[in-house]
Design a protein around this ligand. Structure first.
Ligand code: 16G
Length: 511
């Protein structure tokens, strides 16, 4: 039986700061690090309860991703390796906002009842914990660990400093009885990369830059830079030059560097300058390539029936990319709300579901039954099937992962014999502009699920329609941010100046 007295005692060590309403947003709880200890302890408790309820390991990661270094955050990983089931988010909010240890105990009791969580000899949960390189991470991870340990029968496992996708991958691996180690992660990815290199039909075709140059990567002075260097050690034919590794003199985490900075500011990251402009399209930022362009070749698999391949985007996807996917490649494209959890869910409806956000988040999902079918075909020794299986191994299906994404892009370019310039030239992006506006209450704006239209206030949508009508090929939408206290404005048009003007005009109506 649960030691409630001990639980209350543990919880009392992490009092909730008053006057803050915590909300499990698009990517978990995120706030100034100094305000997070109680939330992180409670998230540890929740991850433990989720583990018991699913009878599988779960994960918890301390990170605030591309936010400033002084922020931090906490995010939970479900047993399959994906994000916490959305159905459990209200539990997270109720726990984070409980006023003291007594109120928290009541909330926890209620969740145990509602979710029919059983305790006893049988129950043995596990929560894998990790953090990024933020200075506040160590102390917050310790708080999360205490939260996990406060739940009877659940063990916290400190995995140390990892990228978020690595932790997702490990939770998934552990629940499939595979070794949940960093070494296994790197060997898995690099092995699939080698297999794909060996299986390329025309070995003389090589991406030109591969032989002579390395891939220049902006590490954003964060955790990904360190991990890339580790991955590098297992790759013979691929050379990374990682800038902004967090070395002395390179600057701070996310300070003028990183994919979010490059995408939103349309500027070079620190330590890249005009001399890199010739190689401009080689700039990759760690969350992924900045202007992600789709290259997709579909394979027909005899005997399976229709292989359903679909692409999932958000309203931020450049209109030219959507057109290219639909008209040139003949693929099914659907739109969801912004945030990995929505895209991932939609992509899982396909045999091969590909999702990408304009800011770089994304991956490819293979339906388990489809993979099982391929594995039986694999026995026949067909290279095309072997390749598809290797892709399913190399891509991190738990969640989008820049490390595996970089390998994927390299392989595809190698197969096609393309340079990054060739890739960039498959279509021309429409000029676009993003603005943000601070408002008193961003929740006052509500949109449709695809976020392309404002539902409330309806006059705002009418005003946007009127503005859009004034510009040739114009498109614009607004939505409240899920990670910052602002409203975002997006506009697209046939020239940069009209895209800028449209964004300004729409922003004026949001104020
Ligand atoms: C978070 C989301 C990302 C989304 C972004 C939108 C995850 C792992 N990350 O970074 O998917 O694009 O928020 O931010 O879910 P916004 O709501 O501030 O525009």
């Amino acid at each position: 039986e649960w030691d409630w007295e001990g639980f209350r005692h543990a919880a009392a060590a992490f009092p909730k700061p008053s006057g803050i309403d915590f909300s499990y947003g698009t990517a978990g709880f995120r706030l100034d690090a100094s305000l997070l200890a109680s939330t992180v302890f409670r998230a540890g408790v929740l991850a433990a309860l989720r583990s018991l309820s699913m009878k599988s390991a779960t994960g918890l990661v301390i990170t605030a991703s591309h936010n400033p270094a002084s922020d931090n955050g906490v995010k939970l990983v479900d047993p399959g390796g994906g994000m916490l089931a959305m159905r459990w988010e209200p539990h997270a909010n109720a726990m984070a906002n409980a006023s003291d240890e007594h109120a928290l105990t009541e909330v926890v009791r209620k969740i145990i009842k509602e979710e029919s969580i059983a305790f006893g000899d049988e129950s043995c949960g596990k929560v894998l914990l990790a953090r990024d390189t933020r200075p506040s991470g160590q102390i917050l991870l310790a708080a999360a660990s205490q939260g996990v340990a406060a739940v009877a029968g659940v063990a916290p496992v400190d995995m140390g400093i990892l990228t978020t996708p690595q932790l997702h991958w490990m939770v998934c691996a552990l629940n499939k009885d595979q070794p949940a180690t960093e070494v296994n992660y790197y060997s898995h990815l690099s092995q699939a990369f080698r297999t794909l290199e060996q299986l390329r039909p025309d070995k003389s075709v090589r991406r030109s830059s591969l032989a002579s140059e390395s891939i220049i990567i902006d590490g954003a002075n964060g955790v990904g830079a360190l991990k890339l260097l580790q991955l590098q050690e297992l790759l013979e034919n691929l050379q990374f030059e990682v800038r902004n590794c967090g070395r002395a003199g390179e600057g701070g985490l996310n300070d003028g560097v990183g994919a979010d900075f490059v995408q939103k500011e349309k500027a070079f990251p620190r330590n890249f300058d005009k001399s890199d402009a010739l190689k401009k399209n080689q700039l990759q930022s760690l969350v992924e390539d900045v202007e992600e362009k789709p290259i997709i070749t579909t394979t027909l698999v005899a005997g399976y029936g229709d292989v359903r391949v679909g692409v999932v985007q958000t309203a931020y996807a450049n209109g030219a990319s959507t057109k290219y996917l639909q008209q040139e490649l003949g693929l099914e494209v659907s739109l969801t709300s912004t945030g990995v959890k929505y895209l991932h869910e939609k992509a899982s409806e396909y045999d091969i579901g590909i999702y990408f956000e304009a800011n770089g988040h994304g991956t490819i999902l293979f339906r388990e039954e489809f993979l099982a079918f391929l594995r039986t075909k694999h026995m026949w020794g067909k290279p095309s099937i072997h390749r598809l299986l290797a892709v399913s191994e190399m891509i991190n299906q738990a969640v989008g992962d820049a490390l595996s994404g970089i390998l994927m892009v390299e392989i595809v370019l190698m197969y096609l014999g393309w340079s990054i310039q060739d890739w960039n030239d498959i279509y021309a992006d429409l000029p676009s502009k993003q603005l943000k506006v601070k408002v008193a209450n961003r929740a006052a704006i509500r949109t449709t699920a695809s976020e392309t239209k404002v539902v409330y206030p309806s006059e705002l949508q009418k005003a946007i329609d009127t503005e859009v009508g004034k510009y040739d090929g114009g498109r614009s939408f607004v939505r409240p941010s899920g990670t910052e206290d602002i409203v975002r404005i997006y506009a697209e048009a046939t020239t940069q100046s009209t895209a800028d003007a449209l964004a300004q005009a729409v922003a004026f109506h949001v104020y």
